[in-house]
Ligand binder design. Sequence first.
Ligand code: EPZ
Length: 388
Amino acid sequence: MEKLIIKGGNPLKGEVSITGAKNSAIAILPATLLCSGTCTLHNVPNIIDVKLSCEILEQLGSKITWINKNSLLIDNRNITKTKAPLDLTSKFRASYYLIGAMLSRCKEIEVGLPGGCNLGARPIDQHIKGFEALGAVANLSQGKIYVKAEKLVGSNIYMDTVSVGATINVLLSSIFAEGTTTIDNAAKEPHIVDVANFLNSLGADIRGAGTDLIKVNGVKSLKDNVTYSIVPDQIETGTFMLAAIASKGDLTIRNCIPEHLDSLTSKILEVGGNVESYGDTLHVWSTNRPQKTVIKTLPYPGFPTDLQPQMGVVLSVADGTSIINESIWESRFQYTAELNKMGARITAQGKSAIFEGVEYLSGAPVYATDLRAGAALVIAGLIAKRHY
Ligand code: EPZ
């Protein structure tokens, strides 16, 4: 169990450079399976989920060489297996992208059902709906999903729920499908656009990624020997922005895409923070106690659910009473109990939480209930006035 000891009470000041997006890299890595040769990826975040993705791909037959800390060469000429190791795939959420990718590559795959942060029910019914619409047959049993298709034929698919994972997975399975596939009510996150841009750089024919209607014209094959750089991480950028505001600090955030954070910037200005952007750089600072506000998380371009816990830390010390309505996940307020151990006054009920702002937080032993809750607790540790 990893443990961080944080001595807080100082404003966060300085410069930081954003790395590649986790939720793009763990989709683009399996997407390289659509290429029967080699791909070079740059700006790859050097994190556990990426290393897990690489380990799974290597067990399928990929050869992966790290060129430097954030670049790798992946050779998919000898993919020999169609069964992904259950012990690895159950460790994180994005293992389900192997289904869409391997359906396209060899029309058959068996994967352990995905794991991922405990945010409540995380069904994959929309993924399966898409695969079946293209002609595949899916069987779920004993914690595994086996998907097979004689052939894949383009279809018009309407997503009952706006789903990042299902949008990407159905996109992956449609690339070589005969004819045209449309994905309606698609998710629009920056990492979906990044996956589509990567596949189009290989010769796929995808239009409309980033809108709620994506159209894919099936192609016969993709190029190889392609080089691609992963998009900067929207959520990492937003986390640093909120750390600057919570700590009344002053951060220059480089190698980011400010436009991906418009909804957060608007809320930071609303609570009295300052944000200026210059090209791929953001300057974020604050000298005052944050003001109260109301947040509702929504699919992109709405306020991202993955920045909700970090915003919760800012609101826990804001002047006045704030509310967060979480519309995506049924269990994303577990972090509030941890903040209350630090002196916050938060009442979480179902998909809403009320934050009665306190003057300051105090140090305490707390537990990271999920990835973004962990980031939020680091910010809380940074601003805690007293050490326990
Ligand atoms: C992705 O999860 C991200 N994970 C999550 O980030 C993020 O919170 C989420 O998108 C929303 O932006 C990765 O990209 C690996 P969804 P995903 O499918 O794809 C329901 C992080 O911290 N749904 O967009 O699993 C679902 O229950 C993680 O980086 C169905 O009902 O999320 C949820 O209510 C945490 N049926 C909503 O849709 C389905 O088949 C959105 O889920 C699929 C989803």
